[in-house]
Design a protein around this ligand. Structure first.
Ligand code: FAD
Ligand code: ZN
Length: 226
């Protein structure tokens, strides 16, 4: 109760399975007394491209554009574009970040990757030697909740799905100091029975009920590649 949750949601269709997972999370967490904010990226028409439009006013070096340097400098002088400032404020206030999305090419949809690229600016999310356990977004939790096209059995044969989570959970969240909860994976919602779909949705509700008692994973190479 009283916890703040930001759900960053990347699906175009509210009636989708991802849309149902989002709805469940909003309802259940709100019921628990959490304050829930949703960044519905497609509905917001969130800009995924990292360009010089993200910097308001003068550039630090207008001769040769360097996105990382320019956003870092702009962050320091309060010169990032409004949409980025708004997302950073939501992140700053949140105790838990939930990312809800369908798996696209063993990764996240471009619009969500764009959110990561643009929002987690140097100076805000990490700094020179302030990375991993020293990252600037400490005391926050993250949870990757996603759906797949492939079945659980296929993933078991073709290589552990944890390999895919290394860039997202470790390379992004842990890098910024955010602790990582177990991912929540709903396999192949398009190809299972209606009954199985209902079961998966119930399992998400159940998990959320005891979420605050969970310990973060040990986000080290062993968890991914043991
Ligand atoms: P939906 O099709 O929206 O939902 C599935 C079914 O659930 C629908 O029939 C829907 O009506 C139903 N449903 C919704 N809500 C409820 C409810 N409350 N109760 C009961 N039923 C409900 N997959 C991989 O495994 N690996 C990849 O690398 C990969 N890459 C992809 C790349 C691209 C560009 C694309 C487009 C897809 C890719 N996929 C991949 C597949 C993708 O991950 C799946 O299509 C997606 O995860 C399915 O989720 P969804 O929410 O879109 O499903
Ligand atoms: Zn890690």
């Amino acid at each position: 109760p009283g916890k703040k949750v930001l759900i960053v949601y990347a699906h175009q269709e509210p009636k989708s399975f991802n849309g149902s997972l989002l709805k469940i999370a909003v309802e259940e967490l709100t019921k628990q007394g959490c304050s829930v904010t949703v960044s519905d990226l497609y509905a917001m028409q969130f800009e995924p491209r990292a360009t010089r439009n993200d910097i308001v006013g003068h550039l630090h070096n207008s001769e040769a554009f360097n996105y990382g340097v320019e956003t870092w400098e702009a962050y320091k002088r309060g010169g990032l574009s409004k949409d980025l400032v708004e997302e950073q404020k939501k992140v700053q206030e949140a105790d838990l970040l939930i990312f809800q999305f369908p798996l696209f090419w063993f990764s996240m949809p471009a619009i969500l990757k764009g959110w990561m690229d643009r929002v987690l600016v140097q100076g805000f999310a990490y700094d020179l030697s302030k990375v991993y356990d020293g990252g600037l977004l400490q005391d926050k939790l993250s949870l990757f909740s996603f759906t797949t096209g492939g079945s659980k059995e296929k993933y078991a044969i073709r290589g552990d799905i944890r390999y895919l989570l290394w860039p997202m959970q470790h390379g992004i969240m842990h890098f910024c100091g955010v602790q990582v909860l177990e991912p929540h994976i709903c396999y192949a919602p398009e190809n299972v029975s209606e009954e199985k779909r209902k079961e998966m949705l119930t399992a998400w509700t159940q998990r959320l009920k005891t979420l605050w008692k969970e310990e973060p994973i040990d986000c080290s190479p062993e968890w991914y590649f043991k």
